[in-house]
Design a protein. Structure first.
Lengths: 579, 222
């Protein structure tokens, strides 16, 4: 490395965006299409699903047969580069707490591998405090965001059905795929006990919507990212089209260090380290939009200290980093004997479930305040690493072709067993709303820096009774569904209060939000309803950090809608010369 | 319609059709893939960090020749050739096991120690290491450790080893082309999902509702 120096870019942009996931990609798309000159910083390398996806590879094309590595915790073909850890980029937790933090480093971020579950928040989700007294109401209502949901439904594409549910709003849907066999079983079992099982809502194109993107060809591998752009990734659907406007400069391998401010306290740009040459750079713009992910955005703000912002940028409320909450998760799996020895056919379908269960109960009648939805898995999946594991715990339990065998074994009999049990497993996972709390937060670790010298985050998050009771309810529900399926639980059935009913650790569901929340009161919330900092009018946040509260829905569709709303606001304000 | 034509038909008019066809070229190299766990052409999907990482694993050697020979014998006992498909050897399962224990160091001691446990047990019984025992002796030994519920307490370590060996062998076998064909996996190819085949719905006494038939995407199967 040569002499260290800071290289200042001479070009002045209208907007600097940090992060190219759902929020940053949408901001880049909207602003570059509106004619603004935009610079997008991404901490990872270029990623174009058309070139870089592992789609359609077979297990044997991975030496580890698709098993996970530190590079790809969700498997060797997964579309996320890095995950639970990144070499040279540590984070810490306070004693007695746990936080799992998924970080993708690539164009498009986590949207390249996400589940495409695209649920609108409902009217109640914006005013939970008014309903149950916990947390805080959003500064906006469903009606404020509805036009943006409508626009992204059309721009990006999502399948589903209009069911007229009060808190799971209808949308502008493409036709969903028909349920798979085990999903027909689930529908029937749900009906018997009053649990709705309806078509899922996924941002996958069952029909082409334009000439740039193909239609789904049902390989079930959205998690690897789609070579024909038939599902939503920020890379393929937002950033790559935005680059074609000529208004967007994309800088990859740019790890943002801090937001630069002037003597008036306004943002002037962003400094970053280039991971290729390890030199320090600064880019300047009229507006800075942070969409580096819920926790990275908070980290950037807390690391952006100056005389005007001694507590970190946008942080007179002292709320930056606070109210960090992830979706809750608990799951269960088992066999459904009716599916043993089933006929073979290609049932890959789309990536993920064709049906799901939206929250169907009234929390006023329950001992926990917020709801959850249920996701289902199963079917004749592609054999990958782990296939056939634990046969000794299965093949002694059931008769195979009317013969009771001794558990374990080997040889021709074992091969027969593998075929017999294939495709008969069903899994279910609850994804619920946690209550945002000021006691759950991330902060700058005073002692630790990453390999670029950037101070890292220290997490302090714990589940409360609300989440634990919700997990208990999930487990009871899953057991009831299995019972009605005539199935037997093989995994996740033994949880109790000692292990918080199998509740996943916080952060593990990868739906974290809330660290730079919106709110009407600038004493308690860093951002106003536009995602604009109360303390710094040309600084905006446009990722999961802005959420006042979660919902019993995945957050990506709402990140997209809010980012579009924020970006259009920025374009307007710039026209009016307010910023 | 062959596979490539069907893709063309599906994505016709799409600017991205070409990239999908490219993707399928490597996918069609079944011959190369059957030769074992060597990475096939096409590292476009790899992170820069993964390529040297994988190469270092490929270049390293964990099991010695004696251990590898033992693994081959055991794997073929667990997955022999039958009327449906070939054996673990046919699917190069031992090569997969050699790779995976390097990739997942947690398997190394249970595998190495388990193999030695097995050899010592055979030395006591038959005065030969496992691989040099007669077929009858090998099966006699395996029968002592292959059935967790009826195994004797003094064979528990052997049971644990055999469970791991069974896991790795079954996974190593069924994640090959031979294994896919054996289990009847017919996915991982472009198609148009039209729902569960009618004869299967009938078998389970199920039917799509009118709402589903109306709302869901359907494809003309002519």
């Amino acid at each position: 490395m040569g002499e260290l120096q800071i290289k200042k870019q001479t070009k002045k942009y209208d907007a600097i965006i940090v992060g190219s996931g759902a929020g940053g990609g949408m901001a880049a798309y909207v602003m570059s299409k509106a004619g603004l000159k935009v610079c997008l910083l991404e901490a990872g390398p270029m990623f174009d699903p058309a070139k870089h996806s592992s789609q359609l590879k077979n297990a044997w094309e991975s030496p580890r047969r698709g098993a996970s590595t530190k590079f790809r915790p969700f498997g060797d073909f997964d579309g996320s580069w890095w995950g639970w850890q990144i070499d040279g980029e540590p984070f810490t937790t306070t004693e007695g707490t746990q936080w799992d933090w998924w970080r993708a480093r690539m164009l498009g971020g986590r949207t390249n591998h996400w589940g495409r579950i695209s649920l609108r928040f409902g009217p109640d989700d914006f005013k939970r405090k008014s309903i149950d007294g916990l947390g805080e109401d959003w500064p906006i209502s469903y009606n404020d965001i509805k036009p943006y949901y409508d626009k992204i439904d059309q721009l990006i594409g999502v399948f589903g059905t209009n069911e007229g549910l009060p808190n799971d709003p209808d949308g502008l849907f493409l036709p969903p795929p028909r349920p798979r066999l085990h999903e027909m079983f689930l529908k029937k079992a749900g009906q018997q006990i009053g649990i709705p099982v309806i078509p899922s809502r996924l941002s996958i194109l069952t029909k082409a919507i334009n000439d740039e993107r193909g239609a789904c060809f049902y390989c079930s591998q959205c998690g690897r990212s789609c070579k024909v752009y038939a599902d939503f990734s920020s890379s393929s659907v937002l950033v790559i089209p935005a680059l074609k406007t000529g208004n967007l400069d994309l800088v990859t391998n740019a790890m943002a260090r801090e937001v630069l401010t002037n003597n008036e306290g306004l943002a002037t740009g962003v400094s970053y380290v280039d991971k290729n040459d390890l030199q320090e750079y600064q880019v300047f713009g009229k507006v800075v939009v942070l969409a580096a992910s819920t926790c990275e955005t908070a980290r950037l703000l807390l690391n952006s200290k100056s005389a005007r912002h001694p507590n970190g940028l946008a942080n007179t409320s002292n709320a930056v980093g606070k109210y960090l909450h992830d979706s809750t998760g608990a799951s269960m799996a088992g066999f459904v004997p009716a599916l043993f020895d089933r006929k073979r056919f290609n049932e890959d379908g789309v990536g993920g479930m064709h049906v799901y269960t939206p929250w169907w109960l009234d929390n006023k009648k329950l001992d926990f305040p917020r709801g959850y939805h249920i996701e289902y898995g199963g079917g004749m999946d592609m054999p990958m690493y782990g296939f056939g594991f634990g046969m000794e715990s299965i093949n002694g339990k059931y008769k195979v072709h009317d013969v009771q065998k001794e558990a374990g074994g080997y040889g021709k009999s074992l091969k027969e067993d593998v075929r017999f049990f294939y495709g008969a497993q069903i899994g279910m996972a609850g994804r619920g709303e946690a209550v945002a709390s000021i006691d759950n937060y991330c902060e700058i670790d005073p002692n630790v820096v990453d390999k670029y010298g950037i101070p890292v985050l220290r997490f302090n998050v714990k589940h409360s009774d609300y989440e634990i009771k919700q997990a208990k309810h999930m487990k009871e529900t899953f057991k009831e569904i299995f019972h009605n399926l005539g199935g037997e639980v093989t995994w996740g059935g033994d949880d109790d209060e000692k292990n918080m009913w199998g509740l996943n650790p916080p952060g593990n569901i990868i739906h974290e939000a809330g660290t730079v929340r919106m709110g009407k009161d600038k004493k308690t919330s860093p951002l106003n309803e536009w995602g604009q900092a109360h303390d710094c009018k040309n600084l905006y946040c446009a990722d999961g950090s802005v959420f006042t509260s979660q919902a019993d829905k995945n957050i990506t569709w709402t990140i997209l809608a809010l980012s579009m709303r924020t970006s259009e606001h920025i374009v307007d304000e710039m026209k009016k010369q307010n910023i | 319609m062959d596979r490539r034509d069907s893709i063309k038909a599906l994505v016709i008019g799409s600017v991205t059709a070409g990239t999908l066809l490219e993707a399928c070229k490597t996918d069609d190299k079944k011959g190369a893939a059957d030769k074992g766990a060597a990475p096939t052409a096409g590292n476009e999907d790899r992170m820069a960090e993964e390529i040297p990482y994988n190469k270092a694993l490929q270049d390293a050697k964990f099991f010695n020749d004696h251990e590898m020979a033992t693994i081959v014998v055991l794997a073929d006992i667990i997955i022999p050739k039958d009327e449906v498909s070939g054996s673990a050897s046919d699917a190069k399962v031992a090569d997969f096991i050699e790779f995976i224990v390097k990739d997942m160091p947690g398997h190394q001691t249970p595998m190495r120690g388990g193999l030695r446990w097995l050899d010592l047990e055979c030395m006591k019984r038959y005065e030969k290491p496992f691989k040099d025992c007669s077929e009858k002796q090998q099966i006699e030994m395996v029968d002592l450790i292959a059935y967790p519920k009826k195994a004797k307490p003094e064979h528990r370590q052997g049971v644990a080893f055999f469970n791991l060996m069974r896991n790795l062998t079954v996974t190593g076998f069924y994640t090959t082309k031979i294994g896919y064909d054996d289990v009847g996996f017919v996915g991982n190819r472009p198609n148009q999902w039209n729902g569960v085949p009618p004869e299967v719905l009938k078998q389970y006494n199920l039917a799509y509702s009118e709402k589903e038939l109306k709302e869901c995407i359907s494809y003309d199967k002519s």
